[in-house]
Design a protein around this ligand. Structure first.
Ligand code: SF4
Length: 491
């Protein structure tokens, strides 16, 4: 079969939808695209099964919709699969209809956390043939292609349970899936050493599934269970990256495996990197880690193994919020872990959110003060601030429906683009106040002391370029939360 995978160009005046590898969905004013590991693994497996593959990520390739449709008409796929998220789903329905009109014999698939939560909605609202549910799109698409090739009719909801054996997966085919599109300036802003790339070879998706995991996390619905890959697979991925000239690999497993797995992985990386630390090693590594998960000796091991960027979800500095979102961590865990990671020579990054319905203005201000303090002490290097958005399928979304916290009716998904709160914030804060809080978190670290420390820490051209990219990204994020984004009507 001829199979096309990727993302549709939505020609959306709001900007660039963050879809692949995003547990939260945002629309950025500046182009940014992260290597989407699971769809890329799907392309890899389908090629190995003998299918002809076209990787066509319209937005990352800078195509307008008309240009993308023209490429689809030239390729004439038998099967087309697109990943969508809540704020991109309405725009994508229109593109599915256009594909079905131009290529009526092409079977179309929509997949992702939004479709997993509400599969029938997409089937009702556009001409899509299959709503693929569950997070294992790779195993799911292989099965769908097998059945279509055998002449079976596959239509409606196709549920792929997340029981696929990760140990059977090969190294992802980065050439086939045009990894360079995502490896440089328009890739993740978190890479210091370009080119960089993402993987999810550690596991799917996150070992924090106590009581279902964090209530706001959209992948708690697509990956309800935890599976781990092997250290051999992770190392094969690292070696493949090195052979492509990739200098930094961020493994986006929801939370990186710990314990004996991590020990083994670090020892293998120390050998592979010849004991050199990030910046001088063959491939610098980054991962997501939960505050409170590791001891100082383990952080030191990560430092020796060439790890650099460690993404922590702080989410809030308030105990009540941490309990309500089922984060499973204490306020002091963040401080201790950031200090230990920094002490091991790593560059911790924290993500935090505002706009919780139960959190007062003072509570949100406490989160800003806390991140400021982490910066002032030099324990974190970078941060990301977002507005908490309740995605369909999450426990938070269910709570919103139950308590009447939603400001917009379900179905008006264009509003879920994080340009403003969709939940009524605590203390009845206005949209402008929440946006100002978000900008406040970004601005909180730009103190003269921080700037001096950053400037004197520049050792190489990579450091300098990373600093310049960081300044551009900061400007972009301040624009994203300025409240001046064009609005898009419901179709
Ligand atoms: S720690 Fe929470 S937010 Fe992070 S991946 Fe796991 S469930 Fe999602």
């Amino acid at each position: 079969m001829k199979i096309c995978l990727g993302y549709p160009s939505l020609d959306d005046p709001r900007g660039f939808h963050q879809v692949g590898q995003n547990r939260q969905a945002q629309v950025f004013s500046a182009p940014a695209f992260i290597y989407p590991y699971i769809p890329a693994m799907a392309a890899t497996l389908l090629k190995r099964a003998g299918h002809e593959i076209l990787w066509l990520d319209g937005p990352a390739e800078g195509l307008t919709w008309a240009q993308q449709l023209q490429q689809l008409e030239t390729f004439q796929p038998d099967l087309l699969a697109w990943e969508v998220k809540t704020p991109s789903v309405i725009g994508t329905w229109g593109k599915v209809d256009a594909v079905k009109q131009a290529l009526p014999r092409c079977a179309t698939v929509l997949m992702g956390d939004h479709v997993t939560a509400l599969p029938q909605e997409s089937l009702d609202r556009c001409a899509v043939d299959i709503a693929l549910t569950g997070g294992d799109y790779d195993f799911g698409l292989v099965e769908i292609a097998k059945r279509l090739s055998a002449g079976e009719s596959v239509r409606g909801v196709f549920h792929q349970p997340t029981t696929g054996d990760l140990k059977t997966l090969p190294v992802v085919d980065r050439q086939l899936t045009k990894w360079r599109l995502y490896g440089y300036e328009r890739g993740s802003g978190n890479y210091k050493y370009l080119p960089g790339t993402h993987s999810m070879a550690g596991g799917r998706d996150c070992w924090w599934r106590h009581d279902g995991g964090c209530t706001f996390c959209s992948w708690t619905n697509t990956f309800k269970n935890w599976r781990v890959g092997t250290v051999d697979q992770f190392m094969a991925e690292v070696e493949s990256c090195a052979s492509l000239g990739i200098r930094e690999l961020f493994d986006d497993t929801g939370t990186f495996p710990i314990g004996a797995w991590l020990q083994d992985c670090c020892e293998r990386l120390i050998k592979f990197n010849e004991g050199k630390r990030h910046g001088r090693c063959r491939v610098t590594i980054g991962c997501n880690m939960r505050p409170g998960a590791l001891k100082q000796s383990e952080w030191n091991l990560l430092g020796r193994a060439g790890f650099r960027f460690i993404l922590f979800g702080l989410e809030s500095a308030n105990h009540e919020t941490l309990v309500r979102i089922n984060k499973g961590q204490k306020e002091h865990d963040m401080e201790t872990s950031a200090r230990m990671a920094k002490g091991a020579g790593l560059e911790p990054h924290v993500t935090c959110m505002v706009g919780y319905p139960w959190e007062s203005k003072e509570g949100a201000a406490r989160t800003i003060r806390f991140t400021q303090e982490l910066f002032a002490r030099g324990w974190i290097d970078t941060l990301q601030a977002t507005i908490c958005i309740p995605y369909p399928g999450t426990a938070l979304y269910r709570q919103c429906v139950e308590h009447g916290w939603l400001k917009y009716p379900p179905g008006d998904w264009n509003q879920w683009d994080m340009s403003k709160p969709v939940m009524t914030p605590g203390d009845n804060m206005s949209d402008d106040e929440v946006l100002a809080m978000t900008r406040g978190i970004y601005k909180s670290f730009v103190t003269p002391r921080f700037l001096v420390r950053k400037l004197i820490s520049v050792r190489s051209r990579d450091d300098l370029k990373f600093l310049a990219r960081g300044a551009r990204l900061l400007w972009g994020h301040l624009t994203d939360f300025s409240g001046r984004r064009p609005q898009v009507a419901v179709h």
